[in-house]
Design a protein around this ligand. Structure first.
Ligand code: NAD
Length: 421
């Protein structure tokens, strides 16, 4: 139950017509009529034309709501923008199971991003490193001059680290500027600071600055989510064992780990997109983090507790913002942030990682038991029916006939349509 006494748990939500679902979300998140209308609107072409170049129109993907989420004792309805069937249902189901043992618990570092400034062509990289470290105070001061707003909110450049790297073209220095970006994703803020520091670092070192840009391997901005999944609810201890057998392949084999992590990103990307955040940045950070020990591996970790329940943990960098970027421009992204009721970027990051864990648990559970296709079939059958030309009521009729026959094929859908017309 949330602070306001509202619960995100609702049974049969998926059976409700769209209008009733909207009404539920409206009441849960205190949306007004104007905000509610946004669900069925498209992005204004004028806004789109200011966002990117050579605009022709907009591209819509479905927006759904995952229910049942209890994170750090608070109830959330989680908006998900995604085109893949079963993902929203799987997340909702996993969250329902996680609630039994208290839901998701998270931990989070400060929102520290890393900006990289590459310096080349120095006579002595060790001497140059010393000169940079001796001027740390001045460097941080100049960086913070670039973003007084960020500093006002308690953020700003906090530290520098210097790395000497050997490369095929000789030794170089990479200076890392560590910036607390508070409630922003931080790329623009960090890039501006790095560019401003370039002349000062060239003068200090006598070298030439080349790259000046943030790193998407945001490994100082880490979120961990944990949940306990009740063994009885998932079918008994033998299912927990089957789950762990499946998980262990992802832990040791990059071929499986890639697909395992894709399942995590199904949930994560859907919320990242719904809140107008940069999903390429999150993807890049996640996969780089999954390789941090030299071999690509699972981002999540599972084990059995002393009572035989399944414990899941997920840890990854989470560079998300609730101010700045495209999330400030999209009316629907603003709406999704209101649905979540979030106050800080940290809170959003914690929901994102909990959702990733829920998604991963649901996928591995299905794979370890009935297989992934069963859950996919109902929506997949509907999509095939539409592809075959079914309209209105025909879609459900054609889909359920194909599911009954266990034959979900385009040619069969066409035959059924002919028959019922
Ligand atoms: P931004 O510059 O639009 O907004 C951040 C700014 O908002 C801060 O610098 C600060 O001045 C201000 N601000 C106001 N209130 C704040 C608060 N409470 N906390 C923090 N800052 C506050 O956006 P950004 O977050 O710096 O950059 C994000 C954008 O950069 C995204 O759109 C992303 O796609 C893009 N980008 C990404 C990359 C990359 O990932 N490699 C590279 C370049 C650009």
């Amino acid at each position: 139950m949330s602070d306001k006494g509202k619960s995100s748990t609702i049974s049969g939500f998926y059976k409700l017509p769209v209008e009733k679902r909207v009404e539920f979300v409206k009441n849960f998140s205190n949306l007004n009529d104007e905000e509610t209308k946004l669900f069925s609107s498209c992005l204004d072409i004028g806004i789109a034309n200011r966002m990117i170049e050579n605009v022709l129109g907009t591209f819509e993907i479905p927006l759904g709501i995952a229910v049942n989420f209890l994170i750090n004792g608070k109830d959330y309805l989680v908006p998900m923008a995604i085109e893949e069937p079963s993902v929203v249902a799987a997340a909702s189901n996993a969250a329902k199971i996680a609630r039994i043992k208290g839901g998701f618990k998270t931990e989070c570092t400060d929102p520290l991003m890393i900006g990289q400034i590459q310096i080349l062509h120095m006579d002595d990289v060790f001497e140059a490193t010393k000169k940079i470290m001796n001027k740390k105070k001045e460097i941080l001061h100049l960086a913070n001059e670039q973003d007084k707003v960020l500093v006002k909110f308690g953020g700003g450049a906090k530290d520098i680290e210097v790395r000497i790297l050997d490369s095929p073209i000789g030794k170089m220095i990479v200076t890392h500027l560590i910036v607390d970006v508070r409630d922003a994703m931080g790329a623009n803020a960090v890039n501006t600071m790095c560019e401003a520091l370039a002349p000062m670092l060239e003068e200090l070192t006598g070298g030439k600055v080349r790259l000046k840009i943030l790193s998407n391997l945001a490994d100082k901005r880490i979120v961990k989510a944990k949940a306990v999944f009740d063994k009885e609810k998932i079918g008994g201890e033998h299912v927990v064992d089957a789950f762990l057998e499946s998980y262990n392949l992802a832990a040791i084999d990059p071929y499986r780990a890639a697909t395992h992590n894709k399942g995590i990103m199904n949930g994560i990307d859907a919320l990242i997109i719904a809140t107008g955040n940069d999903f390429r940045a999150i993807e890049a950070g996640a996969h780089a983090y999954a390789s941090r020990n030299g071999q690509y591996t699972s981002l999540s970790h599972y084990y059995k507790d002393k009572n035989g329940n399944l414990v899941g943990e997920l840890e990854l960098p989470m560079a998300v913002g609730i101010v700045g970027g495209a999330g400030n421009i999209y009316p629907k992204a603003k709406l999704c942030k209101k649905i979540l009721g979030i106050k800080t970027a940290k809170e959003l990051a914690e929901i994102v990682v909990s959702l990733g864990l829920a998604q991963n648990f649901a996928a591995v559970l299905a794979l370890s038991t009935v297989g992934i296709q069963k859950g996919h079939m109902s929506l997949h059958a509907k999509n095939i029916a539409v592809m075959a030309g079914a309209k209105g009521n025909e879609i459900d009729k054609v889909a359920s006939q194909m599911i009954k026959e266990g034959k979900i094929k385009l040619d069969r859908a066409e035959e059924i349509i002919k028959k019922i017309r």
